[in-house]
Structure formats: structure tokens, C-alpha cells
Design a protein around this ligand. Structure first.
Ligand code: GLN
Length: 270
């Protein structure tokens, strides 16, 4: 193994599995040297020449590397992230794929669209890139998150109308499609979550009260868009689907994520 990668990896091993430590070591090395993987492989650099220690210390405290370097690569997009935004997840990329697969055929009827609780803007930006003709709005409660989302839209050459809005309060424009990955983790599920998520990611984007875990989905069905496509809590798929059916989404289907867990719902009005 390249000596630089070996050295960084060894320093990370107390806190990470060998595979994770190696993946992080490559990211740190590429970012700090400005060299590509191939260039790194061709050069026999050692940490002696670089100042990695503060980054290693932050990683050893399990700070997400995406927050340390300020970006993530997600579904082919480079997106800025800060602790005001969740780090976009692989499941959410699958939600975008599902929406594009199931709903692109009826593309003419699909404007305007809203990505509710947009966070980093990832869903809105990915949909707009796939369908530049769609008119897409995106809202979030957090002004700080919206700033990042606006920057991401700009960096990825997409034109999206962002606005600050708490989806739990009424929203007047009518949309033909609502897409959302709202908060859905129950407070009691905290114990199953990774410490780095709990310590660093925005709780307001993740958690819902145990006694009202579908609070955001109730707000989303209340918008009464003809089509509603969402990411959901795998433990609440049946209840969430029932909520859809009770609110005029007579054609409601649950879809699995790549782990086979019930993770998405698309509801359509008849
Ligand atoms: N799936 C995310 C996680 O595990 C949660 C995303 C959400 O609450 N919308 O952290």
C-alpha cells in the first residue's frame, strides 16, 4: 500500500474498521495533497510533508468527513454540506431514481413540483437535472440549510425556486407532485443510530416525536397534490400507506430500498 495511505489509515484504525479507515485515508490524502488517486499511487509521499493531524483528530472524534471537507458526492453531484444540512443518503438517491422511473413517463403533467424539507437541495437538484423542463420549488424550515441548497443549485447549474417555509404550516400554491424526505426517525430509535449522526447532524432534520411520528406526512398529504412521493421510516410503512389512502391517495404503493426495507411510498389520487 502507498505509504501515505498506510500512515493515515493506521492513525484512523482506533476508531474505524480497516475498510472505513482506508476509504477515509484516500479521501484525506486526495483532499490535502490536491493529487488524484493515480498521482498518489505514483508518488511516494509521506505524511511528513503534510499537516493532517487536525483532520485526523476530528475523524477520530467521528466528525463526518463530509462536514470536515464541506462537501459530499451524491448521485453524481458534488454538493456542499454543513451541520445545518443532513448529509444526503444513498436511500434518498434511490427515491430520486424511483421518481424518475415511475413518473417520467407522465412528464407533461408534472409541473410545478415541490421538494419539501429540501435540506442540501439534493432531491430538487437531481430532479431538475434529469428534467430541465420541470418547474421545481423547494422549501425548508432552516434558512441556513436554504443558503447551502441555493449554492448547490447554482454550482450544479440548476434553476430552482427556494423559499423558507415550515411544512407543518399551510402552504397555498398547488403542486402536481410533492417529493419529500422529511424527518421520520422516532426519538426512541435514537439508540439504534450511529453516534456520529447523533453528534453532528441536525436533529431537526431527523427526529419526530414518538407520540406523533407521522406528523410530517400528515402535512404532506394535506397539500393534496395529485402525486406524492416520499422516503419513509421502514418501521412505519403500513401506517404511512394507510394515512395516504385515508387522504384520497387511493393508488398507494410501498417500494423497498436496496436492502429490501420498505422505504418509499408513491401515492396517486384516482
Ligand atoms: N435515513 C436517515 C438516517 O438514517 C434519516 C432521514 C430522515 O429522517 N429523513 O439518518
Amino acid at each position: 500500500m502507498n505509504p501515505l495511505i498506510r500512515e493515515i489509515k493506521d492513525q484512523l484504525l482506533p476508531a474505524y474498521s480497516p475498510d472505513e479507515a482506508e476509504a477515509l485515508a484516500w479521501w484525506v490524502a486526495e483532499e490535502c495533497t490536491g493529487l488524484t488517486r493515480t498521482q498518489l499511487l505514483l508518488n511516494n509521499l509521506s505524511t511528513f510533508n503534510f499537516q493532517f493531524s487536525t483532520i485526523i483528530d476530528r475523524l477520530l472524534r467521528h466528525e463526518p468527513i463530509q462536514y470536515i471537507f464541506g462537501y459530499t458526492l451524491w448521485r453524481g453531484l458534488r454538493l456542499s454540506v454543513t451541520p445545518a444540512t443532513l448529509i444526503p443518503r444513498p436511500e434518498t438517491a434511490e427515491l430520486v431514481d424511483l421518481v424518475l422511473e415511475k413518473l417520467s413517463p407522465i412528464t407533461n403533467h408534472l409541473s410545478p413540483i415541490i421538494d419539501a424539507c429540501t435540506g442540501s437541495g439534493c432531491i430538487a437538484i437531481a430532479l431538475k437535472q434529469a428534467h430541465p423542463e420541470w418547474q421545481i420549488d423547494a422549501c425548508d424550515l432552516s434558512e441556513e440549510a436554504l443558503q447551502i441548497a441555493r449554492q448547490n443549485a447554482l454550482d450544479n447549474d440548476t434553476d430552482i425556486r427556494f423559499f423558507c417555509h415550515d411544512i407543518l404550516s399551510p402552504l397555498s400554491p398547488k403542486y402536481s407532485l410533492v417529493v419529500s424526505n422529511p424527518p421520520y426517525v422516532k426519538q426512541s430509535e435514537r439508540r439504534d443510530m450511529e453516534q456520529r449522526v447523533l453528534d453532528y447532524e441536525p436533529a431537526s432534520a431527523l427526529f419526530v416525536p414518538d407520540d406523533d411520528p407521522l406528523i410530517f406526512y400528515r402535512a404532506l398529504v394535506a397539500l393534496q397534490a395529485p402525486i406524492l412521493a416520499v422516503e419513509i421510516n421502514e418501521a412505519l410503512s403500513l401506517e404511512t400507506a394507510q394515512l395516504f389512502r385515508d387522504n384520497r391517495y387511493t393508488d398507494t404503493q410501498i417500494f423497498p430500498d436496496s436492502y429490501g426495507k420498505p422505504r418509499f411510498i408513491i401515492g396517486r389520487m384516482a
